[in-house]
Design a binder for this molecule. Structure first.
Ligand code: ADP
Length: 349
């Protein structure tokens, strides 16, 4: 294989190819050269080891090494900024990040980077946080139970009533944060285990609407506009989380004058669920960050309204699990619109 590249573009510099081979073999990364049909025409030591290319049954086409769903799209993409994470064919414990760099007319260099260490560290961190949350759940339930009893105990001295009420509020807050954290960890750790059932989005929206209208402080209006059936293939629990969290925010960040509009439309790009409010809106600079965990524009307001700072992180993950994306538009003082874009292969015609 190696001789081919020599004849292709180094024929007038015979030493250069050796130098490149030496340098790339010193690198921690793997390198492959792919021809226009995605056949491997050259590789360095790491790439050889990670793909087991010296094996006498080694295949030449790069596609035969990765069954990852997104790999087909990735290999045809000319954007050299894009990377994809895959498992090394020779070792199921090794994670690789792949990057493609277009080369000459129709060839590509593939750079393979071993990202097992950061992935393992991330897993340890997430497992720790998930275990800590689980451990806290039981004692907190007991504490909240006693606080609840004290709240309804008529023999409680008057000067204790306010502090106990405050304790009750804080323990409720902790319960909400823990419960959102546990959902988030579940979405992260079970990203590949989503149910694939047919879900009626309109039903979920209507049940969210009914719950909102039954509140002590319902919005002024809640319009639902579904001109055609909104059936998608996906996981009901996750889609419910998406809709409930966005609707909850629409209520939280508008007030009783709140006008909420939910609509659905389908076009050649897929299905689009829009949830719009006429609330306080957000400055452009926050829009990129509000799906980060615990990112809140106004911490005080979020807390006072029972927010955990995790709702939109849950939305983002749950949509990612469906290969769907979230678009956010907002204007201060006018309102916000959250649009969930579902790919065509999720839409049930
Ligand atoms: P929280 O529990 O604080 O609402 P989220 O993750 O759901 O957390 O949202 C993150 C932040 O984004 C909120 O604290 C709020 O500042 C902002 N935000 C979310 N939805 C809206 C909305 N519909 N209108 C205005 N601000 C919003």
């Amino acid at each position: 294989m190696f001789s081919r590249i020599k004849s292709l573009f180094f024929s007038n510099k015979p030493n250069l190819i050796q130098e490149i081979e030496t340098v790339t073999n010193l690198s921690k990364d793997g390198f492959l050269l792919l021809d226009k049909n995605n056949q491997i025409s050259w590789y360095n030591q790491n790439a050889s080891e990670w793909l087991d290319l010296e094996n006498k049954y080694a295949r030449k086409n790069i596609r035969s090494y990765f069954s990852n769903q997104n790999f087909s799209a990735f290999i045809e993409d000319t954007d050299s900024e894009k990377t994809i994470e895959v498992i090394a064919p020779s070792d199921k414990e090794k994670f690789l990040s792949l990057q493609l760099i277009p080369f000459r007319d129709d060839e590509k260099f593939m750079v393979l980077r071993d990202i097992s260490k950061p992935i393992k560290l991330e897993t340890i961190r997430t497992d720790f946080a998930a275990n800590a949350s689980h451990e806290l759940r039981s004692p907190l339930t007991v504490i909240a139970g006693y606080i609840e009893m004290m709240l309804h105990d008529d023999s409680m001295p008057d000067n204790w009533k306010e502090p106990i009420k405050e304790l009750g509020k804080q323990s409720e807050r902790m319960k909400s944060v823990l419960s959102d954290l546990l959902v988030l960890f579940q979405l992260e750790s079970e990203a590949n285990q989503i149910d694939e059932e047919i879900i009626d989005i309109e039903l979920i929206v209507n049940s969210s609407k009914n719950a909102a209208m039954k509140r002590s402080n319902p919005p002024k209006s809640f319009k639902v506009d579904f001109p055609r059936p909104a059936l998608i293939k996906g996981d009901e629990f996750r889609i419910q989380s998406v809709i409930n969290n966005i609707v909850e925010n629409a209520l939280r960040y508008s007030d009783q004058k709140g006008e909420i509009e939910v609509s659905w439309n389908v076009d050649v790009n897929g299905g689009h669920l829009s949830i719009k409010d006429n609330g306080i809106g957000m400055e452009e600079k926050h829009l990129k960050r509000i799906t980060e965990r615990f990112y809140r524009i106004d911490k005080g307001r979020s807390r006072d309204m029972g927010g955990t700072g995790l709702g939109l992180a849950i939305v983002k993950y749950a949509l990612q699990n469906h290969n769907a994306t979230l678009e956010i538009k907002s204007t201060i003082g006018v309102g916000s619109e959250f649009i969930c874009h579902f790919p065509t292969d999720r839409i049930k015609k």
